[in-house]
Ligand binder design. Sequence first.
Ligand code: ZN
Length: 408
Amino acid sequence: MKELPWTRVKRLQRSDVVAPLQSQRHCPLCHSSVEDELFSLYDFQFFTDQQGCNRADHRVVCCQQCGLIYTNPCYTPAGFQLLFDKAGCSYGHTAGRIGEQVAWLNGQFPIAQSLLDVGCGNGDLLKALPQTLARHGIDIDEQTLNRVAQDAPGIDFSVCDFNGLKGLPQVDVITMFHVLEHLPDPDDFLAQLRSLSKPSVALVVEVPVVDRAAELQDRDVVGFFTVQHLTHFSKNTLERMLAKNGWRVVHAEAMAGYNGWRVVAEQGPVQTDVGNDASGLIAARSYLEVWKQNVELVKRRIATLNGAPRIMIWGAGQHTEYLTLLTALFELNASFVVVDSDPMKQGYEYHSLPVLSPDQVPEHEWRTGSFPIVISTYGGQQSLLEILKEKGVAAARIITLYDRTSRY
Ligand SMILES: [Zn+2]
C-alpha cells in the first residue's frame, strides 16, 4: 500500500432484515414486565459494516418487582449469531486469569476428582488443570470444540445448547466463569444444572456485579453495561437467582483488580419467593453518574482533534462504536482510516472507513506521518501505546483517551 486510503465517514442507513434480531422479554428472575429504563444506546452497530443490518438497540432496564437489571429487548438466537459474528477478539475472555483460577480451584476443592467447565471456550482452563482430574467441557461452538478436542485428547468436550441440556456428566465441581451474564435465560439454565447434577456437587459461578462497577470506578466508556451481557447482576440478584433454583451460596469473594464476584453454591432448598432488593439499582445509579463524567473526559480529549484533516483510529471494536454514539469523533471535519489487529475485521469497512491491518500501513507513515492516531480501547491502551512507540510514532501524535486504565 503506497498511500493510505483516507476516507470520509458515512454511516449506513439501518436496514430491516428478514429475521428479527431482538425481542422483548419479561424479567428473567421474577417474570414481571414492569421495568424502568436505566441506560440505552440506540442503533448500535456491531462491528464492521454489513449493509446496515447489524444494528440493534441496547437498552438496560431494572425490574420494578424484584430489582434485577437486564437487557431488554434481548437478542434472538438469529440476532445473536448475526450481531456477534465478527466479535472475534472483542468478545470477553478470562484467558489471562487461568493461573489464578487453577490455583484457587486446587485450594478450594483439594479432593475433587472431576470437574465440568460450562462455557469452556478454547478449553484453556481445563488444559491447565491437573491431569488426574476427570475434566469435561461444554460450549455452544461446535467448530471450536472439535479443534480443541484434537489437542487435548484427555478431556471430554461436548457441544450444548444452553437452552436445553440433554444430560450432564456427574462431576464434583461445575465452574461457570463469566458465562451466566451472557445467557438469555440464566434462571432456566441454573434450574437445569440443579436437576441434572448430583446432590454433592459444588457450583462455582463468577460474574461481574454492578456493586463493584460502582466501587472500582473504571474509566472505560464501554463500562459495565456492555452489549455482550444480557443480565447485569448485583451480588444480591445473583444470590437470589441461585436460591430460586435450589442453589445455596456457601462462599463468596471479590476478585482483586477486576470486576469478578465469585461464589460457591451447593444444592439447597428452592426459594420460590424472590423478594425485592434495591441495592443493585442504587449501585447502578451511582455507577452511571461516574460513567457520565468519564464520557465527558473522553469527549474533551476528542475535541483536541478538531482541525486535524486526517485521523487514524486504532480499534474497530465496540469501543469505537461507543465513541461514535457518545462523542463527536465522526462529526469532525476530517478523513479517517481505521487499523485493527483482529483479522476478523481487516479488509472490511466500518462506517464506510477501510479497516487495515497494522502491517498494511507503510513504515514511513508511522515514523514521519503528520496525522494523529487515536487509541480506541480501554483495556488495551497500554499495550497499543507500547506498540506505537516501537513503530517509531512520536508521542505527540498518539491520542490516548484515558489517564489511567485497569484490567478487567
Ligand atoms: Zn423481576
